[in-house]
Write a protein that binds this ligand. Sequence first.
Ligand code: FES
Ligand SMILES: [Fe+2]
Length: 380
Amino acid sequence: MPLSQTIATRTFRKTADTFAAGAKTLEQKYFVSPEVFAEEQEKIFSKQWVLVGHQGELAKAGDYLVAEVARESLVIVRDKGGEVHGFYNVCRHRGTRLREDRNGRLSAIQCPYHAWTYGLDGRLLGAPHMDDVPGFDKADYSLHAVNLALWEGFIFVNLGDSPTPLEEWFAPLAGKFSHWNLAKLRSAKRIEYDVRANWKLMFENYSECYHCPGVHPMLSKVSPYDSAENDLAKGPFLGGFMSINKGRSLTMSGDACAFPVKEEEEEGEEEKQRVFYYSIFPNMLLSMHPEYVMVHQLWPQSPERTLILCDWFFHPEAFDRADFNPDDAIEFWDMTNRQDWHVCELSQQGIVSRVYEPGPYSSRESIPAAWDREYLRYMR
Ligand code: FES
Ligand SMILES: [Fe+2]
């Protein structure tokens, strides 16, 4: 690493550590209260850009996925011109839910009730017997659209009335990940986890490796827990990198499991031996390894329950090669994920106790402290 970068990184760490000084974990109500949960849904999940998927899931015209954001069901669909749209999953006739399944492919969106039919661009195309209704004009009954935009191939939606444009929101990360080819990666596997813990515990857990020696013995052998350096220590995007021991990989076998995700020439020797971890407020965890990218979506279901979708992305050319062994990485992180969710569930169990009170963060927990601070900013 060039000297200037080393100094910059050290400055970041120092700033981050200062943040942690005196910081304590959140009060109990933030993990158990239905009122706080409702407030989060209103102030955060209904107003911020939230991750719902990756454009690779909608490869062809008519491919769609259904996402639930702040109790609103949305249909995200690719139209015939290749554009991705988001619509409320609500018929304009009598409000009926249009799609019940989670994903699929269709040529038009037809309501199951009275067969009103919408194009992939949301326009109402057919409405049986409505021509007899005086003044009825199909043009007035397109599906309600939701704000949707792509960042590095990831699909984000925002339920707000006039949100900050996505490019503006992601401006602090502009160009930072462009050499990772995120937009063209393809998911080889998705695993869903139903975790009995508040969603914030998973962010706090992801944001430190203080717990790694005890919780993740296998991970710690390959990626030293004290190698963490943060390069984003404030704001809605937080994280940095950790080193991977030379010649090793974060897989069960310890060997690389696929063709690298980045172009070789873009990669310095040091970067090849690093794993980058970033949390993107409020529902994305982005973990970039030399040969795969793991992405978690967090979906709070109640104060004490969170649904987590985890995808493992690879370079599109990796899939057809003889050395492609995605299960080696999937198994490794499935094990590590479960170790994390287990301690999060244990935290939840203790936090509900009458004796719980906010505890002091260590100097290795500056990022969870920064995350909490950012979260509280939105809740004010
Ligand atoms: S409610 Fe959808 S067509 Fe009647
Ligand atoms: Fe962990």
